[in-house]
Design a protein around this ligand. Sequence first.
Ligand code: NAD
Ligand code: IPM
Ligand code: MN
Length: 349
Amino acid sequence: SRVVTLAVIPGDGIGPEVVAEAEKVLDAVTAGSEVAFEKTRFSLGATRYLETGDTLTDDDLAAIASHDAILLGAVGGVPGDPRLKDANIERGLLLKLRFSLDHYVNLRPSKLYTGASGPLAEPGEIDFVVVREGTEGPYVGNGGSIRTGTPHEVANETSVNTAFGVERVVRYAFAQAQRRRRSLTLVHKTNVLVHAGGMWKRIVDAVATEYPEVAVDYIHVDAATIFLVTNPGRFDVIVTDNLFGDILTDLAGAVTGGIGLAASGNINPDGAFPSMFEPVHGSAPDIAGQQKADPTAAILSVALMLDHLGLTDEAARVTRAVEADIANRGTAARTTAEVGDAIVAAVQA
Ligand code: NAD
Ligand code: IPM
Ligand code: MN
């Protein structure tokens, strides 16, 4: 039998609520099987910061990094909370994990499941995956501000794009496209961001020569937001930078039935570090603590994790259970736990 060590970071707001359901589903799908998950819980996020002043210590990071995989709910306090003025939980915790563990692929699949109610009148078939670069772009923190707070302030946030960083994520995206419907779309803004965009385009064109069967397309990010709404069915694999990918995947979640269904994996494909699985959404302070959050995104993130760990049968069972639940859920309001329980029941069926 196989033991998988799992670091669990429930986090803030709805994070603990949705992670509780994800864990139930994980327990159900591994019950009596050859694989056992040995979980360690890490109390991190705004709550921990308010208690101790710590965001992510070196000891926390080392302990988390020693696991086989990470499951995260969401982090971030209530916006505007004065006690969090000097904290930056998002940078100091979430991005620190993604950067330190070299999660250079942020994999965000979007599929319109039967029964899911999106905002589009005639959505057609939607099934694409955004391969979002995870360690570079404007997220690296390469910037600064001078004359801060004065009318003459200058604030810069430099987007860092390296040939090494872009090529590795582009290669991953092509490999995905080759296994899927063999279509890859680069999304950028090459008409304005000529330096970074130019390099992305050249690298995509160069790697494309190794994948003659993959049809390659390019669209500007502003137009991509149009097509994600008017014709999302045209997409198979989208590859893009860290910031564009962040924005596009909230939109992708919305058109495929809501952010409560959108799962993601922060992946280190080389396996040097554990990969981290989390819903695309945040801590949703507006509905936290009320059992209103949809745990499906967290549960589908467990499916991505199982797949990544090579537990493909278990992953498929979770995905099928979610599919069955979405197909039957209708419009009646259910609590977070009721959704989780229904998916557990479908896993056991
Ligand atoms: P959000 O995703 O938390 O919420 C946006 C909207 O979506 C809200 O109306 C919320 O109620 C709704 N929503 C989100 N998840 C839902 C779910 N599972 N079921 C039903 N509705 C859901 O984004 P935000 O409000 O911009 O951010 C809130 C906090 O979360 C901020 O501190 C932000 O920095 C943080 N954040 C964290 C992560 C993460 O941990 N990965 C991701 C995004 C935002
Ligand atoms: C996400 C979130 C994060 C991001 C924030 C909270 C740092 O929005 O996971 O999509 O921008 O990547
Ligand atoms: Mn986001």
